[in-house]
Design a protein around this ligand. Structure first.
Ligand code: AMP
Ligand code: MG
Length: 396
């Protein structure tokens, strides 16, 4: 393993091959988590009419202070009523149309209403409690830019502006294959030499949450026929993600058989720990990730490279890992040759402080369960001092 690529190089090599899949129309109700392929435009002014921000009385600012005659009640959803004349007031609900002639709404709490008149003791400035037409957005303006993921606020914005359907990048079909003769399913009993298979489920959960349509194949034993058959099937997907069998051992068959099946390897080996023996290649438009079998290595490779690819395939404008900044709780030694990814919990009791968890070996997936973050320790000399600001990736 002499020609390791850096994390940055590896990510660039992956993203260069993860062009957005074709767009499709998606009903808004099914669009949560999808990425917009085209900007979405407002189908209406919002609000579509000058609307009241309060329950109260529509009035003319120039008539205040004063006693006004109540001539109507306007409910939300009613069409615009007759224009308000000088000296008049109209009862109005929150969200109802402010009538022509009125330039302010005085809240019900600020007036004394007696029979058919209302007493406004103080002057009410013009425009008080009136939401102007189009004050939030104008008809035809972009509500959301292309490439943006539709989260909770974005869905609400689209619904509010009357968008019923959006154009989104197609979801990538991803096949996940765990390899290893030693692997058993949770619930089965372990014979000597066996362990439980955890990468398949982990990858399925992570990739599904990122928007992929996942198929998980049965675990492949470490023999050529089992590998060949499963890999051939996986290569029909947009993305094939394998775990295990990409190191240098005699039972590590994945890379060799993928090459036989026509995969062109782009890189093998990333200067990072954990997760070094990671392979990436392509066959036609299929992206092929070979993640190492150690569970934490698989997790790191998925977070740094596979998830960004899944986002890019869906048309994300910023598919890269989303690093955040926080304070390092204890010193961490740097390695001159490779970047480290250190599992840590986030202590929020006094600003965000990252506390590395005890036990950082790449098989220690159980200890990883208490981690919230992967700290990025860039290659270099010396150490990152306690109290310094570092980049980290949040683990979901
Ligand atoms: P490999 O990359 O196949 O050499 O596997 C490295 C280590 O990870 C070995 O200890 C394997 O038993 C373990 N391992 C491989 N695949 C999985 C998996 N799907 N789930 C849990 N552990 C695994
Ligand atoms: Mg193996």
């Amino acid at each position: 393993m002499s020609d390791l690529v850096t994390i940055e190089q590896a990510l660039a090599l992956v993203l260069a091959r993860a062009a957005a899949l074709p767009a499709e129309s998606v009903p808004l109700a099914a669009a949560a988590g999808r990425f917009l392929a085209e900007q979405a435009l407002a189908t209406t002014d919002l609000p579509p009419f000058p609307s009241s921000a309060m329950d109260g009385f529509a009035i003319r600012s120039a008539d205040t202070p004063g006693t006004l005659e109540i001539v109507a009640q306007i409910a939300a959803g009613s069409p615009a009523s007759a224009a308000l004349e000088p000296g008049q007031a109209m009862g109005i609900s929150t969200g109802a149309v402010v009538p022509d002639g009125a330039d302010a709404v005085v809240p019900i709490e600020h007036v004394v209403a007696v029979a058919n008149s209302v007493e406004v003791a103080k002057a009410v400035p013009a425009r008080s409690n009136v939401r102007p037409r189009g004050g939030d957005i104008r008809l035809g303006d972009a509500v959301i830019a292309a490439g943006r993921r539709l989260g909770v606020p974005q869905l609400a914005a689209l619904a509010a502006t009357g968008v019923a359907e959006v154009r989104c990048g197609r979801r990538p079909r991803v096949t996940i294959l765990a390899t290893g003769s030693e692997l058993r399913r949770p619930g089965e009993s372990l014979r000597p030499g066996e362990i439980y298979e955890s990468n398949g489920l982990m990858l399925e959960a992570a990739l599904t949450a990122a928007g992929a349509v996942v198929e998980r194949l049965a675990t492949a034993a470490d023999d050529e026929d089992a590998h060949r058959e499963a890999l051939a099937r996986g290569l029909a997907a947009d993305v094939l993600v394998t775990s295990g069998g990409v190191s240098v051992g005699p039972h590590d068959l994945v890379r060799r058989l993928e090459v036989e099946l026509g995969v062109a390897e782009i890189f093998w080996g990333v200067a990072m720990r954990p997760g070094k023996p990671l392979a990436f290649g392509v066959r036609g438009s299929t992206l092929v990730f070979g993640l190492p079998g150690n569970p934490v290595s698989s997790l790191v490779g998925c977070e740094l490279f596979v998830l960004p690819a899944i986002r890019a395939l869906q048309g994300a404008s910023s598919p890269e890992p989303r690093f955040e900044l926080a304070t390092l709780g204890e010193a961490l030694r740097r390695s001159p040759a490779r970047d480290d990814l250190v599992r840590a919990s986030i202590d929020l009791s006094a600003g965000a402080v990252l506390r590395p968890v005890v036990g950082q070996e790449s098989h220690m997936i159980a200890r990883t369960a208490i981690a919230d973050a992967l700290i990025h320790v860039p290659r270099g000399d010396g150490e990152l001092a306690a109290g310094s600001t570092v980049r980290y990736l949040r683990l979901a």
